[in-house]
Design a protein around this ligand. Structure first.
Ligand SMILES: Nc1nc2c(c(=O)[nH]1)N[C@@H](CNc1ccc(C(=O)N[C@@H](CCC(=O)N[C@@H](CCC(=O)N[C@@H](CCC(=O)O)C(=O)O)C(=O)O)C(=O)O)cc1)CN2
Ligand SMILES: [Zn+2]
Length: 776
């Protein structure tokens, strides 16, 4: 029979229970015991859901209190000494690595002050993982009570035999890096890491695990030869343990593996391989052709990255193709990736229009889809006739619905001309005019847009949503917040102000709620990092802007501040990538529709007297196709064009800023430069000087503010630390082009630490301003 499998289930729970529990624990409101109990409750609940849906292969160890890669850092004892030296409780050490820890000395314990480990995007998703940070001479050691074994046994006790999920040894190292000042090449540590896997796998077998899912998603990249060559010996070594370890399914996702197929085949010792055929259906044939005679293929056919209902007819056709070649017992139908990237359940959405609701499927619904597909191909379509008919009807309804198509938008797109992609004059002309208007000092200081989203702000917004206060009252509250942040920026003596974004729930969702063509949800949260979640709006039809979206707040802010006020927008690519996009038209078309809507907003802001406008594109890098080649070039071309289309409607004297976080700029520099933004602010504080080096090598001609401190952690950077950062930057960038700013917006921080950090930042900027004033 054809089995159904889930590669991973969302962890947050139906009401973001995990977020609430971890934040309560961090805030000292619940005990460690309570936190651990809540984790256990959530795991049980999620296993039960999958069991009830009829899933045959249910994952364990997909749960994490922060991030699954961080779990493995601790599992393998790859904990940098700067954390381990404090001898914290395992769970506190774990959170210290995830989010940093700053604690005053107490009679019982020494003071603690460590920054978080670097956190980066998980492939091309909006999920973030913690980067393994390795030392020269790194050793590994399996943790006592290994989490995968504990959680396997926990499920077993509840009557469910699960398939534990592990991050594979090659991907674990390939996704890691050498610590600052260390020279180790991570993959060279594989021979030291493998014995720990062997020990772990043997323990899982002993506990009763029949199969494990070992994730090796790095197989979808173009791999350096050292990494590529590491696969075969590693997996052959594991296979040589025979029945001492569980059967191994190697899982890949978010791309195709045809170019790396020789890493896994023919390797008859491997029980099975999982591939993502939602993203790359064409790899199916090739992978099937390369399998050994017994090997199992897990066909990832239900999308783990989007919320559209699976087209049963097409999915079944694909699975049947696999069955014809391999036979029923060698085919598994699976989610394309972990379902982590989808919201928990559609059941919670009470406000969705019934027409579009019928087009969606969230994690719980996807588990049911998998069971139906497996049944259809095992027992025949008649066994699920009703479900198949209902699905065909949904597909038909979406394909023919009037609400997806807006001829006015299409007409405007057809009339776009070349000059709409270009500013009027080149940068030197523009910056001279901007300087005349803005009179900024050397080393201008600014922030990235948001200030702390306090409890009070969220409560007021919640009241508005529930109708407990009027629009007018909410508006007055927001104006008061803006007054407050303007006053604080006066006190801090920043140079370019922001209004603080208090009116925005999220930088993408806020725009989604104001654009035609979007649907938005009330409970559809997905984890972004740690306890932080987002509620991606859903693009269902052609996009347009019925009315200005940000002008009222920015205009008000500009009117009450004595220094330049920066308007704040989210760029077209970020709006696209952090939404659930349509899958019925190309993303390029969706990005262009967003760009036209934003272009109108930019022009309206300028007309309202806002002469510095930042258009954030933090997701531009993340959208880059994972492999080199034509697909990447195409993406960059349309992505850059949509940014330029959105900002090029303004005068030379209006200063366009853009902001990037989570970017590795090495393979991306040309695109950044091609945006032609007057000022860039980029996340930098955790990624070492290698990032800056690119800007020197490529002689970046415009203004730039590499972040001087990490905002993801509550830790306050000292003035000295920030000065050192600036000193480092001055080795690469000229003092005339350098801006001083944090890594990203401050919405997740508290006011106390925000003010303290910004005071240090402004002082550091003043120090260099003086130094260079004297020397010039
Ligand atoms: N979409 C997106 N992706 C991004 C980022 C981003 O800003 N947006 N930034 C980067 C880092 N990722 C981040 C992701 C989330 C958050 C974040 O702060 N999320 C908030 C939720 C933000 C939000 O939408 N808040 C809503 C709803 C808030 C809420 O929880 N309301 C309560 C009720 C109010 C209360 O009593 O507190 C409820 O619904 O239960 C609002 O402010 O209106 C959180 O998890 O806490 C920050 C960074 C990369 N990706
Ligand atoms: Zn950012």
């Amino acid at each position: 029979m054809v089995q159904s499998a889930v590669l991973g289930f969302p962890r947050m729970g139906v009401n973001r229970d995990l977020k609430k529990a971890t934040e309560a624990y961090w805030g000292g409101k619940i005990s460690q015991k309570d936190l651990l109990a809540e984790g256990k409750r959530l795991r049980q609940e999620h296993w039960k859901i999958q069991k009830q849906s009829g899933i045959d292969i249910i994952p364990s160890n997909d749960f994490s209190f922060y991030d699954q890669v961080l779990d493995h850092i601790q599992l393998f004892g790859a904990i940098p000494e700067k954390y381990s030296k404090y001898k914290l409780d395992p769970i506190d050490e774990f959170f210290a690595m995830g989010r940093g820890l700053q604690k005053p000395q107490t009679p019982e314990a020494a003071a603690v002050d460590v920054p978080a480990l670097e956190m980066v995007k998980w492939f091309d998703s909006n999920y973030h993982y913690v980067k393994p940070t390795l030392q020269d001479g790194q050793e590994f050691k399996l943790a006592a009570n290994p989490k995968p074994v504990v959680e396997f046994l926990e499920a077993k006790e509840a009557g469910i035999i699960t398939r534990p999920v592990l991050v594979g040894p090659v991907s674990f190292l390939a996704l890691g890096k050498a610590d600052r000042g260390q020279n180790v090449v991570p993959i060279s540590l594989l021979h030291k890491l493998l014995p720990v896997y062997e020990e772990l796998l043997a323990k899982l077998k002993e506990a009763g695990a029949e199969t494990v899912q070992i994730d090796e998603p790095c197989l979808v990249f173009d791999l350096p030869p050292k990494v590529k060559n590491a696969f075969k010996p590693a997996y052959e070594k594991l296979a040589s343990l025979g029945s001492k370890i569980p059967q191994v399914v190697v899982a890949t996702y978010f791309g195709d593996i045809v170019h790396n197929l020789d890493c896994l085949t023919p390797m008859s010792s491997l029980y099975g391989i999982h591939i993502d055929v939602v993203r790359h259906p064409e790899q199916l044939e090739t992978v099937m052709g390369a399998l050994g005679p017994q090997q199992v293929l897990s066909v990832g056919i239900v999308d783990g990255r989007n919320i559209w209902k699976t087209n049963f007819k097409r999915a079944i056709e694909t699975v049947v193709k696999a069955i014809q070649k391999l036979g029923r017992d060698r085919v598994i139908v699976a989610s394309s990736s972990s379902l982590l990237h989808t919201p928990h359940t559609l059941e919670s959405e009470k406000k969705l229009d019934s027409e579009v609701r019928d087009w969606f499927s969230f994690a719980v619904e996807k588990t049911k889809e998998l069971a139906i597909i497996a049944k259809a191909v095992t027992q025949g379509p008649a066994s699920v006739r009703e479900e198949l008919d209902a699905n065909a009807k949904s597909m038909e309804s979406r394909a023919t619905s009037k609400r997806t198509n807006d001829p006015k938008v299409k007409e405007r797109q057809s009339k776009i001309t070349e000059d709409m992609f270009n500013r009027r004059s080149p940068f030197p002309t523009r910056i001279a005019q901007q300087q005349e208007l803005l009179h900024l000092p050397m080393f201008p200081t600014t922030t990235i847009g948001s200030f702390p989203q306090t409890k009070e702000i969220r409560v007021q917004r919640n009241k508005l949503t529930k109708g407990e206060i009027t629009e007018k009252e909410y508006e007055q509250f927001i104006e008061k917040e803006i007054q407050e942040v303007v006053k604080i920026q006066d006190e801090l003596e920043l140079d370019v102000y922001v209004h603080g974004e208090p009116e925005r729930n999220d930088m993408v969702q806020y725009f989604g709620e104001r654009l035609t063509g979007y649907e938005f949800t009330t409970h559809a949260w997905v984890q972004s990092y740690g306890s932080r979640c987002v509620r991606p709006p859903i693009i269902v039809g052609d996009i347009s802007r019925p009315a200005p979206m940000t002008v009222k707040e920015s205009k008000y802010a500009a009117s009450i501040s004595k220094k330049p006020m920066k308007g704040m927008l989210t760029g077209p690519i970020t709006c696209l990538r952090w939404s659930y996009p349509r899958d019925d038209i190309h993303q390029e078309v969706q990005a262009q529709q967003l760009a036209l809507a934003l272009r109108d907003e930019v022009v309206d802001l300028e007309a309202a007297g806002v002469y510095v406008i930042q258009v954030d594109e933090p997701a531009l890098r993340e959208g880059l196709p994972l492999r080199q080649g034509l697909e990447r070039e195409n993406y960059l071309s349309w992505a850059v064009k949509s940014f330029r289309l959105s900002v090029s409607g303004v005068k030379d004297s209006t200063q366009i800023h853009s902001h990037f976080c989570y970017s590795e700029f090495q393979d991306f520099f040309q695109a950044i430069a091609a945006l032609d933004a007057d000022v860039l602010s980029i996340e930098n504080s955790k990624s070492d000087a290698k990032l800056l080096k690119v800007f020197v090598d490529e002689a970046y001609p415009r203004h730039i503010g590499p972040g001087v401190y990490d905002i993801h952690s509550p830790r306050i950077p000292s003035e000295e630390e920030i000065k050192d950062r600036i000193q480092e930057m001055l080795q690469y960038l000229s003092p005339d082009q350098l801006w001083i700013d944090p890594d990203c917006g401050l919405k997740t921080r508290q006011w106390k630490e925000t003010k303290a950090a910004l005071i240090n930042m402004v002082n550091a900027a003043k120090f260099y301003r003086q130094k260079y004033a004297k020397s010039s």
